[in-house]
Design a protein around this ligand. Structure first.
Ligand code: NI
Length: 181
């Protein structure tokens, strides 16, 4: 089911989401299945690149993301469709990279956001199987953006130079932009 995405200003976006517990029980499996169906439907409806459960008002540490490579957006590398529950992020160096981001909870805007360039992330898939990946660049950026939602952080709170925050059509007139997250 397509759900409403909360927008910046809603206090539910500012709260810390809680861990999913008791994987594998029928209750948790059913709850996750229903939640992920709604998250996928909502993200697809909005052509998003990622979505965190708190964005649809569910305060659990669950994110989804995935980007298909598109030659129009050379900076937006392919990112596999991923379900990530109870994520833990570990930066792999001090290197910071800045780039433009958009968010489904801040529609129609972009900001220039610093992120760790490379990191390892670990967590669980929808079946409760643990996995981890080492990523960098755009993939690392998407993960950091989504996981920030689980800690009540929206990308504008990370912008260092607010002259690089604005409306899409004012910042990039006439341009198609990559998906929001
Ligand atoms: Ni977002």
């Amino acid at each position: 089911m397509i759900r409403d995405v909360l927008r910046m200003g809603d206090e539910r976006l500012l709260q810390r989401a809680v861990e999913v517990e008791r994987f594998g029980t029928p209750e948790t499996t059913a709850l996750l299945q229903a939640l992920l169906t709604d998250m996928r439907d909502t993200m697809a409806h909005l052509n998003g690149a990622g979505l965190a459960a708190p964005q649809i008002g569910v305060g659990l540490r669950v994110v989804i993301f995935g980007v298909t490579a598109n030659p129009r957006y050379p900076d937006a590398e392919e990112v596999p469709d991923t379900v990530l529950v109870n994520p833990v992020l570990t930066p792999l160096s001090d290197e910071i990279e800045e780039s433009w981001e958009g968010c489904l909870s801040v529609p129609g805007m972009r900001g220039w956001v610093p992120r760790w360039r490379s990191l390892r992330y670990a967590g669980f898939d929808q079946h409760g199987h643990r996995f981890e990946r080492t990523v960098e660049g755009f993939h690392a950026r998407v993960v950091q953006h989504e996981c920030d939602h689980l800690d009540g952080i929206l990308y504008p709170m990370r912008i260092r130079d607010l002259t690089k925050f604005g409306f899409n059509d004012a910042l990039f007139p006439g341009q198609d932009l990559p998906a929001e997250e």
